[in-house]
Design a protein around this ligand. Sequence first.
Ligand code: DX5
Ligand code: ZN
Length: 209
Amino acid sequence: MKTPLIAPSILASDFANLQREIEMLNRSEADWIHVDVMDGVFVPNISFGFPVVEAVKRYAQKPLDVHLMITQPERYIETFQKAGADRITVHYEACTHLHRTIQQIKDAGCQAGVALNPHTPVFLLEDILEELDLVLIMSVNPGFGGQKFIQRTYEKINRLSELRYTLNPQLLIEVDGGVNAGNARKLVEHGANVLVAGNFVFPRKARKQ
Ligand code: DX5
Ligand code: ZN
């Protein structure tokens, strides 16, 4: 497998020209298209919902990596799959019955991921790691693009890499928030396989959305 995979986040793209932005990603070296869904409750921002995911899917030639920053994501898994999600990542902090929600994502035919906020330790995933395709480590507090990378992330990737070694060698480690040319290499050296990049890929809107 190619490492790292690159997953540009369309949160930082020009929504008025979404088709053009997706077509640019189709032509680029990007591997996945990262789709940040925010509900204004789990995080203090609202991004977009199903119609926009469907619109992206209409033009995307790469898998949609849907990152749900929403409470009770179990209510919407099938709808996101129908809208075009290939991978669905839910937040550990948003799921009361995480194991059930992961099964639900798989039953819908999608790859399943769990995201951890910066304050959530990786050991909390020990009993579910074998069930997962991916763990997304937030390297900023979720809710906005264009934030500063949290240095502690490297240590979290180290610890997750150790767990991966014994429990699930196929697991992908994705890093999301403040990723750029200055830290990408170090992230990969620590064990990251997938790098999300918003403002680094779409510099026009290099500001807090
Ligand atoms: C933040 C989102 C990220 C964000 C990354 O809540 O999950 O995917 O779009 O944007 P940058 O790369 O600008 O930090
Ligand atoms: Zn994201």
